[in-house]
Design a protein around this ligand. Structure first.
Ligand SMILES: [Zn+2]
Length: 122
């Protein structure tokens, strides 16, 4: 550290400042992540919870697709929509992985959908 070069010192200080900024960023990010679920707004969720929910909604869409394939296979074999299709009897395939509610099947249209809020369009 015996160098008298001012730029060298400034460079070192810049790295220190950057480190502090990164650490503050991590602390702030962690704070929001931890506090997100306990805020006044009930809808706020921490980042990990949100990504788990996202992954589960993908699983829900996949379940729905498999149920639709079962219905489609029935239609190919019988030429009509199944009059009764109880998604609750399909085990984990027939229910939403987020809410655990069984899917709703409409024999009139042959459509099946999830009743969990936000999953209507899946
Ligand atoms: Zn769902």
């Amino acid at each position: 550290m015996g160098r008298r070069c001012g730029w060298g010192r400034t460079g070192f200080a810049l790295i220190e400042i950057l480190l502090v900024i990164v650490i503050i960023g991590l602390l702030v990010g962690g704070y929001y992540g931890l506090m997100g679920g306990d805020g006044d707004e009930g809808e706020k969720k921490s980042v990990p919870a949100r990504s788990i929910e996202k992954a589960k909604s993908v699983e829900c869409a996949s379940n729905l697709n498999q149920c639709r394939q079962l219905i489609q296979m029935y239609v190919i074999e019988n030429g009509q929509y199944p009059k009764e299709f109880n998604p609750g009897e399909q085990g984990s395939l027939g229910r939403c992985p987020v809410s655990g509610k069984p899917y709703v099947y409409d024999p009139e249209t042959g459509k099946i959908h999830c009743t969990t809020p936000g999953h209507e369009g899946l």
